[in-house]
Write a protein that binds this ligand. Structure first.
Ligand code: C5P
Length: 392
């Protein structure tokens, strides 16, 4: 597989060297294209040495006499990645400007595009930049969103280039997937719930919402319309999903029921609190010397309720987080909740499941058969799961 890696002029340009290596380890042949500004930070020699391919810098370059390099490359590439993508480069590509090698190549290129922006947080939040991102997404481009943190200019906010591993995982995923779920409506519950004890304290669990967000992203890439009902989560949620943010199990249930009847595929990935304080205190509970008992009442089973309100023929999938071998519990849950399949996570392992960036799933089907994903990043795991479900 041939990938063109466009590097634009951000301080994060140095990280494109690691990305090029990671892409090569994944089996891609990598040709790097540097903008003028990128060359202020990194040199063609660096990338030529790393990739063994000529590095493109000049739109009028003709390594083969009489052949236009930007057209040749655009036809040969299976994937175009721009990482880091600066505001200037994003805005130019989004508006069809072709005034250097990278932007002319992007104009001529008809395949899958992946952008990983990196810039000052205000430049990222600027409505003009956001509008460009939206335009590019409408043409099918995929974004690995920047993360929050300290950026090189000394400010703090969303603007740091995503991790090399994340960008490479998205590239592998994009190169391999089809649009099996085009036209289908997904309803996904995700994240933990918070059940108030008083106005400042609550019961919750260790769910990060990463798996639900990965499922939503994977479904979008595979062509689906996605509604994501998310409990409180710091994970970045895909922009193109309809996101409904909720806090408690009861709010999650209400939001889910409003969508249940229209969904073709229902995935319950939320870690819903099984119980809630029966009578949350209004205000702040004060410390006393006495023992205190907290009375809990059971929460509704959100997924079972969605299933009960789903349309005939909808595909219904749950998750089961179990310590050790939970296959028997998973079987019981599948039957009790009326599911077609359940994805089992072994939470006795620290390297997968709750709050980890990797996962390993055993998918148990209604028929009783099982299959295992192997250890994967959550995004790749989500793609694996949705590919398996599309074959049912
Ligand atoms: O908690 P349990 O192991 O039964 O969860 C299995 C599945 O049921 C998960 O998909 C979870 O999202 C869903 N669930 C739910 N509402 C609950 C409990 C679990 O939707 N109250």
């Amino acid at each position: 597989m041939n990938v063109v890696l466009g590097v634009s002029g951000s301080i994060a340009a140095y990280r494109a060297a690691d990305l090029a290596r990671e892409l090569m380890r994944s089996g891609f042949t990598v040709t790097v294209c540097l903008t003028d500004a990128a060359q202020k930070f990194v040199t063609p020699a660096l990338f030529e040495g790393l990739t063994g391919q000529p590095c493109l810098i000049d739109a009028f370059e003709e390594p083969e006499r009489g052949r236009m390099a930007h057209i040749d490359l655009a036809r040969k590439a299976d994937l175009l990645i721009v990482a880091p993508a600066t505001a200037n480069t994003l805005n130019r590509i989004a508006h069809g400007i072709g005034d250097d090698m990278l932007t002319t190549l992007a104009l001529a290129y008809e395949g899958r595009k992946l952008f990983a922006p990196a810039m000052n947080p205000s430049m990222y939040a600027n409505p003009l930049t956001q509008e460009s991102i939206r335009r590019l997404e409408e043409t099918g481009a995929v974004f690995v969103q920047p993360i929050e943190g300290d950026v090189a200019c000394g400010e703090n906010g969303q603007g740091k280039l995503a991790s090399v591993e994340q960008i490479a995982a998205a590239a592998r995923a994009l190169a391999g997937i089809g649009r099996q779920w085009a036209g289908k409506r997904f309803l996904i519950t995700s994240g933990p719930t918070q059940e108030p004890i008083d106005n400042v304290r609550f019961l919750t669990n260790r769910s990060s919402g990463k798996m639900g967000a990965a499922l939503a992203q994977a479904a979008l890439w595979m062509g689906a319309d996605v509604t994501l009902i998310s409990g409180p989560s710091n994970s970045s949620l895909p922009r193109n999903a309809k996101v409904v943010r909720v806090r408690t199990a009861q709010e999650m249930l209400q939001a889910a029921l409003a969508e249940a009847g229209g969904a073709d595929v229902i995935i319950g990935a939320a870690a819903v609190a099984d119980y809630r304080p029966s009578n949350p205190f209004h205000g702040k509970l004060r410390r006393t010397a006495e023992m205190m008992a907290l009375e809990l009442v059971p929460n509704p089973d959100v997924l079972a309720e969605i299933v009960a309100h789903s349309k005939p023929g909808a595909l219904k999938v749950g998750f089961a987080a179990e310590p050790n071998d939970g296959l028997d519990y998973a079987r019981q849950k599948l039957a009790r909740k009326g599911l077609d399949a359940i994805a089992l996570n072994d939470i006795s392992r620290a390297d997968i499941g709750f709050d980890a960036s990797q996962n390993e799933i055993t998918l148990l089907l209604k028929s009783g058969s099982t299959r295992t994903s192997g250890m994967l990043g959550k995004l790749e795991c989500a793609l694996w799961l949705l590919a398996e479900l599309s074959n049912l």
